[in-house]
Design a binder for this molecule. Structure first.
Ligand code: C5P
Length: 233
């Protein structure tokens, strides 16, 4: 089936603020929201809970294809459910992020996850945040944004996000983990983190989330808002 749905792709490294800004914009536009990293995190979480090795592509592929997941709508709290159980907090830990980035290196898993991600593109529109939304998953997105921020600012944002969610963290250790995870995302062979050729790059170091959302909203208005072709994967 082929559908025509406008997609706004927001990519960038961890702590660039893309999650918060995507949620704000989805709410403002009345569009669906895809937190694409959540899918990699959920595969990792299910694997760890099932005591599986992260290097077992067959069993990971089975999880990625069959896991039952659901997200609260963008207007609600950031609630995520795996097999009916709320895992919002468990999946946000940096340990789960690190496992997710290891799983995300595997092409078989990426193919399955990407196909699931594409199914989120439903009317009236989708705001998709991640690493490869503009380059791979939604190459026809009406607007592609690549958000950056200085490493110090990103580490401090991640720290505050985790603290706000009640997750215990140490800033120095967190900075090290985030640095390693970003390197893995940047240097991998499949879908490395980089701006799409037609992406607009925005450095958010000196901007708050409302200012970032405003920039993106104005750019979106500037596109003329025409629907794009999105194929089911
Ligand atoms: O965005 P988040 O921090 O939740 O992503 C966790 C990990 O999942 C990332 O570090 C990255 O390795 C992987 N990921 C990805 N492609 C995406 C989103 C996330 O490879 N579109």
């Amino acid at each position: 089936m082929t559908d025509y749905v406008p997609v706004l792709a927001i990519d960038g490294p961890s702590g660039s603020g893309k999650g918060t800004v995507s949620r704000k914009l989805a709410r403002r536009l009345g569009w669906h929201l895809l937190d694409s990293g959540a899918l990699y995190r959920l595969v990792a979480l299910a694997a760890v809970e099932g005591k599986l090795s992260l290097d077992d592509p067959e069993r990971l592929a089975h999880i990625a294809s069959n896991m039952n997941i659901s997200f609260a709508p963008a207007s609600d709290l950031e609630q995520v459910f795996l097999e009916g159980k709320e895992v919002s907090k468990d999946m946000r830990t940096e340990a789960c992020g690190t496992n997710a980035s290891k799983i995300a290196l595997q092409p078989t898993i990426r193919n399955i996850v990407v196909a699931r991600q594409r199914r989120f593109a439903q009317a009236p529109g989708l705001v998709a945040d991640g690493r490869d939304m503009g380059t791979i998953v939604f190459p026809d997105a009406i607007l592609k944004v690549f958000l950056t921020a200085s490493p110090e600012e990103r580490a401090s944002r991640r720290y505050n996000q985790l603290k706000d969610k009640g997750i215990d963290v140490n800033l120095a250790a967190l900075s090290r983990h985030v640095y390693r995870r970003d390197r893995r995302d940047l240097e991998r062979n499949v879908a490395p983190l980089r701006p799409a050729q037609d992406a607009r790059v925005l450095d958010s170091t000196e901007l708050d989330e409302n200012e970032v959302a405003e920039y993106i909203f104005e750019w979106l208005l500037g596109t003329g808002w025409s629907p794009v072709k999105v194929s089911d994967g």
